[in-house]
Design a protein around this ligand. Structure first.
Ligand SMILES: [Zn+2]
Length: 470
């Protein structure tokens, strides 16, 4: 058996592993590289295997995030026609996320074209979009649903089970048995693992007692998250101060996962009377779709969240939720001077309706911005977190007089302690453990922590493109 690490090795995006055993070839995830000047080149290179993509038998997808799923349309565009197995909720999310990703690629290519025309140049050398909306829709046709715990046999020598990873709706870790060459081998892919005891989703399911090969994520392998109690205190503080000052509270948020987490965290704080009754506007078509999909899968939610949804529906006066659909209604929110709570995307303030809300509210000292997600270097969100007094939105200078709150404890990823606890579920050491999906430093620190805690004999940090026989 061979494993080839085609992405998320020494970095956090581009998850894609090629597994070959006998005549069977499959991929675990097929993610897009995001951020940084080299991302496009890497995205173009990733699916050049040295053989035809039609020789891939099937694809297993851990979850819907674009850094795990975003190259599926490209795989289909290059001629892949086989099945892509994923959970039903992952498929629902991909119906929204993949066409949106394609739309962004198309817009980017159009912008490049206009930019060149303005400078009097012709169209030669303009990069085509990675894929189009039509190609994304074609890839969606290849998706096949597999529920948690069901035993799937995608090839005569391969068995697979998807287990709840508690990271985003429908997210899975995979238990794969490959037989044929000598004794059967068990592979476990963690996918992305969620933080236990956080709102909305169930805790990650425990891993099996043993495995031959484990591929584990390490996004936060070098740090610990703040506790939920501290996070709640920070949120209450931000709401109280903004209410006293008479301004609005703006929350930039990732549409999938984080928005739903914030909605139910706020509902819980209102129910416990830590916050006054609220009216919350969710102003992002993608966040609205993701919330609708979340509500359509109550079986994936934890008991507290199901109870909270029932409470919120019974007490609409306590926590009014308004999903803003059209652009006029979104613009109308800019007229509100006081008391509005607006959750909007994108999460790092780089695109989408959040930019309008920031333009209106940042110059007003009575308003606040609550930042509850990771902000990559170079983004508008990061500049706000870093205390910029002046930012540029739509090329216009905008003074920052609003108060910026950074709330640290919400993360869709397990921290180091939670990752180690999950690994503690193995009764014996996996023969080989590959640490992936982390910045180089985080992965190395996590590999060392595994050695210190468990003393596993073979813990490796695969390099991009590296291949291993096991
Ligand atoms: Zn993820």
């Amino acid at each position: 058996m061979h494993l080839g690490f085609l992405g998320a090795a020494g970095e956090v995006t581009g998850s894609c592993t090629l597994v070959e055993s006998g005549d069977t070839r499959f991929l675990v995830d097929c993610g897009m590289f995001q951020g940084g000047p080299e991302a496009r080149a890497k995205n173009l290179r990733t699916l050049n295997f040295g053989f035809d993509v039609r020789q891939i038998d099937f694809v297993l997808l851990t979850h819907a995030h674009i850094d795990h799923s975003g190259l599926l349309p490209r795989l289909a565009m290059l001629g892949y026609k086989g099945p892509i197995y994923a959970t039903p909720a992952t498929i629902d999310l991909l119906d929204v996320l993949l066409p949106d990703s394609a739309h962004i690629q198309e817009k980017e290519a159009e912008w490049q074209l206009r930019h060149r025309h303005r400078r009097g140049k012709d169209e030669r050398g303009i990069p085509a979009p990675l894929y189009t909306v039509a190609q994304a829709l074609a890839a969606l046709q290849l998706l096949r649903p597999v529920s948690f715990g069901v035993s799937l046999a995608p090839a005569s020598n391969v068995k697979v089970q998807f287990h709840d990873a508690g990271h985003i709706l429908g997210s899975a870790w995979l238990e794969i048995t490959v037989s044929g060459e000598g004794r059967p081998r068990k592979l476990v892919f963690s996918g992305d693992l969620g933080m236990p005891e956080r709102p909305v989703l169930q805790n990650p399911e425990k891993p099996p007692a043993e495995a031959d090969v484990l591929v584990v994520e390490s996004t936060y392998g070098d740090r610990l998250h703040r506790s939920l109690a501290e996070t709640e205190d920070e949120i209450v503080d931000a709401f109280e101060r903004t209410r006293a000052a008479g301004g609005n509270l703006i929350i930039p948020s990732f549409a999938v996962g984080r928005t739903q987490e914030i909605i139910y965290l706020l509902a819980d704080l209102v129910r416990r009377k830590r916050l006054f009754p609220l009216k919350v506007y969710v102003d992002s078509p993608m966040a609205n779709a993701a919330t609708r999909i979340t509500l359509a899968h109550p079986e994936l939610l934890d008991a507290e969240t199901r109870e909270l949804i029932a409470w919120q529906q019974k007490h609409p006066d306590q926590m009014k939720l308004e999903f803003v659909a059209d652009v006029e209604a979104s613009n109308a929110l800019n007229e509100i001077r006081s008391g509005a709570v607006i959750i909007s995307a994108s999460g790092m303030c780089e695109a989408g309706r959040i930019k309008y809300h920031l333009r209106e509210n940042l110059p007003r000292s009575e308003c606040s911005v609550l930042i509850a997600g990771f902000q990559a270097a170079g983004t508008l969100g990061r500049r706000l977190v870093d205390g910029a007094r002046l930012v540029h939105i739509f090329s216009q200078p905008v003074p920052v007089r609003a108060r910026i709150y950074t709330v640290g404890g919400l993360s869709a990823h397990a921290d180091q302690a939670a990752l180690l606890d999950w690994l503690g579920g193995f009764h014996s050491a996996p023969r080989t453990c590959f640490v992936v999906h982390g910045e180089a430093g985080a992965s190395a620190t996590f590999a060392q922590a595994i050695n210190e805690r468990f003393g596993w004999p073979d813990v490796r940090l695969p390099a991009h493109g590296e291949s291993f026989a096991r």
